[in-house]
Ligand binder design. Structure first.
Ligand SMILES: Nc1nc2c(ncn2[C@@H]2O[C@H](COP(=O)(O)OP(=O)(O)O)[C@@H](O)[C@H]2O)c(=O)[nH]1
Ligand SMILES: [Mg+2]
Ligand SMILES: [Zn+2]
Length: 355
């Protein structure tokens, strides 16, 4: 029988990181939401009772961005419920953010599958879907496309075909998210102890799916008006939701700008067909922009590859290279700054001890 903690997603990957001593003296808690100044966690206390804990994020103020707890993380606590350390993550979803000191934002940790939620209307966008696919592939997370609002669409086959054509192995589920019966088709992706993150634009039905699956209206839902979207996003915080059957769902607010960072392998994997073709180009540094003997352009001319996909591949690669470069630069600067502080601190101490 699965224990409560297993239902929350605890498994061997985490257990194997602990010594026998820490298994006795420490308690694993899972981070269920992250707010500006605090995080919420769920686990069993020293009396084996389920407990919701709120901890100040202040504890991690000196950690680099990747050392901060994010939704889905496992955090070890002592029996007094003081946080000790984070366990090594199985998977991590992150993005580049502009104009902030840290440059990256952790979106979620320890995710087993992502539902890329998109609706059968103008919101549907293959370029955006490919962005999510690259993100999932980078962390080797199973992607599932969830097409919502099929009840509002006369014929959804065009949307299904558009995905099938380029990604024949990618599972596509078509649902009316407001219908609890139809939503059952998603159960097969959410085994006990599995954690599934729902990603996609605002208004596509992520919170609606979660409410139907957990059987109550825990998450606020609603149509958003893009024209005055200020504060109108119904979901504002990332949060985990435990299903009766034992699966865990992660709701996210629509992410307006999902900039890729450290995702080179994920992008390569998503566009592996173009990669294979590129190996047949006459020049090894072919940019597929009209060079002679270009296998990629030949494929486009013969109608077997869409120009759109090549464009998006190159765009995502350029973006990820840019973000990864500025991130690397930032890390070097941070290390240099660390040395600088240490140095001035030491001279200040020396100075002090002299007088
Ligand atoms: N008819 C219909 N309405 C839907 C469907 N999915 C979501 N909605 C509606 O779309 C609006 C936005 O849904 P919400 O779950 O808040 O989207 P989120 O921003 O992705 O969490 C709500 O009014 C939902 O009732 C669907 O499959 N069919
Ligand atoms: Mg929502
Ligand atoms: Zn080429």
């Amino acid at each position: 029988m699965q224990t409560y903690i297993n239902q929350l997603g605890w498994n061997n990957h985490f257990q194997s990181q602990l010594t026998l001593d820490s298994l006795e003296a420490e308690l694993p808690f899972r981070v269920t939401s992250v707010h500006r100044n605090r995080i919420a966690c769920l686990g069993l206390d020293a009396h084996q009772q389920p407990k919701v804990l709120r901890l100040p994020t202040y504890t991690w103020r000196n950690e680099p961005p990747e050392g901060h707890p994010t939704v889905g993380d496992w955090l070890m606590l002592d029996h007094q419920l003081t946080p000790l350390y984070l366990l090594e993550r199985k998977t991590l979803i992150k993005r580049r953010i502009a104009g902030r000191e840290s440059l990256i934002q952790l979106i979620a940790a320890n995710i087993d599958a992502v539902f890329i939620v998109t609706s059968c209307n103008d919101e549907f966008n293959l370029n955006r879907i490919e962005r999510y696919l690259a993100l999932a592939a980078e962390s080797q997370i199973q992607p599932v496309i969830v097409l919502t609002k099929i009840d509002l669409c006369a014929d959804d086959s065009a949307y299904v075909n558009a995905i099938d054509k380029d990604y024949p192995n990618l599972p596509v589920e078509r649902v009316n998210a407001t219908d609890a019966n139809e939503i059952k088709t998603l159960d097969k992706w959410i085994g006990s102890g599995q954690t599934v993150a729902l990603l996609g634009s605002s208004g596509v039905g992520k919170s609606t799916i979660i409410n139907r699956l957990i059987g109550n209206d825990e998450q606020a839902t609603g149509a958003i008006r893009e024209s005055d979207s200020k504060g109108r996003h119904t979901t504002t915080v990332r949060s985990l939701h435990l299903l009766d059957g034992g699966g865990v769902l992660l709701d996210t607010p629509g992410i307006r700008e999902l900039q890729l960072v450290d995702s080179e392998e994920g992008i390569h994997a998503t566009f592996s067909d173009i990669n294979k073709l590129a190996a047949q180009c006459r020049f090894s540094d072919c940019r597929h922009k009209g060079e002679p003997g270009c296998a990629v352009i030949r494929e486009i001319k013969e109608g077997r590859l869409e120009q759109r996909r090549l464009d998006n591949y190159q765009k995502l690669m350029a973006e990820q290279t840019r973000s990864s470069e500025s991130l690397a630069e930032r890390r070097v600067n941070e290390r240099a700054l660390g040395r600088f502080y240490k140095h001035t601190l030491q001279s200040a101490r020396r100075f002090k001890s002299r007088d």
